[in-house]
Design a protein around this ligand. Sequence first.
Ligand code: PLP
Length: 408
Amino acid sequence: MAKVNENYLKLPGSYLFSEVGKRAAKFQAENPDAKIIRLGIGDVTRPLPQVCIDAMKRAADEMGHVETFRGYGPEQGYSFLREKIADFNYKRRGLEVDADEIFISDGSKCDCGNIQEIFSLDSKIAIADPVYPVYLDTNVMAGRTGDLQGDGHFAGVTYLPCTAENNFSPTPPATKVDMVYLCSPNNPTGTTLNRAALTDWVAYAKDCDAVILFDAAYAAYITEDDVPRSIYEIDGARDVAIEFRSFSKTAGFTGTRCGYIVIPDGLTGTTSTGERVPFKKLWARRHTTKFNGTSYITQRGAEAIYSDEGQAQVKTLISYYLENARIIRESLSAAGLTTYGGVNAPYIWLKTPADIPNSWDFFDVLLRKHHIIGTPGAGFGPCGEGYLRLTSFNSRENTIEACNRLRG
Ligand code: PLP
């Protein structure tokens, strides 16, 4: 008899975005003339940088000639891309990351979700609340947690509450864990972990012999000097941290798909008999067994951002979204609302006004009164209740129009 993995049954249905969609569709059907502006989307809307398009066209042409055709590529990624990443994102910033420590993938979601496979099933995990749901859900699927409790938390997980009181910056828990997921700049709060906070985390990880899983998918949006773009800017982080990066929000690759993971050579974990094993060795085994490489055309497109012209085009793209974020932040503040984030991230975390009971009610007010869609914070974890996520991934015109409506 085939038995199912019952851990999957512990997960609630994907209520958040289906409920958002349902409420929006109902409102639109009842109000066909309403021009709804979607500020809930977590997907980019601007076209790819021209350097990427040109590089991918050249790569596609290469595939059309027998002399330059390529079949399966190296699972870890082509060295032309890994060398550029190591140079531009690490060496030029004075950080020690070798091209051999980089693994190219088809995006960060898979990497963030799959990484837990190379850790023991009895590992204790710590996860920020609210946060990008992939870290938690993949650990639930693997059986590393108990059941969902009445308070919206899974048993057996150490939650790191991120609230206005701690400036949405998770701090090390009193208990010891083995794996810690950190996301900076954070989705959904748009807030960051500064140098001092990350230094504390690295010290905690050393103390517990834990590994930090550092998701830097939004690193390109960082504007403030005190916010590290990489965890490896912190002394000693190479001994305790794995880093995730993505081309999705950096260069508009959400539909093109490319990301990577950095696993330093010296990062190790223990076996049940106390032997130390490099995590890189395990990930290399997993990656080569379960993944057959990101397409050559995509990797050439990603490589193209690592040139003067490419960097300038990426900067223009990110500045566009950050300017939208500034417009949203300042307009909402002028309208008397409290906002967080949006300075080093494309996300604005909007506090539900005191006279509105919860984030779903706030969602309904924004939809019905202003014809604007946000994402209720409760969907990202119990500590997200009382907030709503707005994103800057829309056109300038729609962003300004939405802000005018909110102010009006
Ligand atoms: N990490 C965070 C925090 C995200 O918000 C996202 C996407 O929204 C990802 C990772 C996944 O990005 P991708 O799979 O497109 O590289």
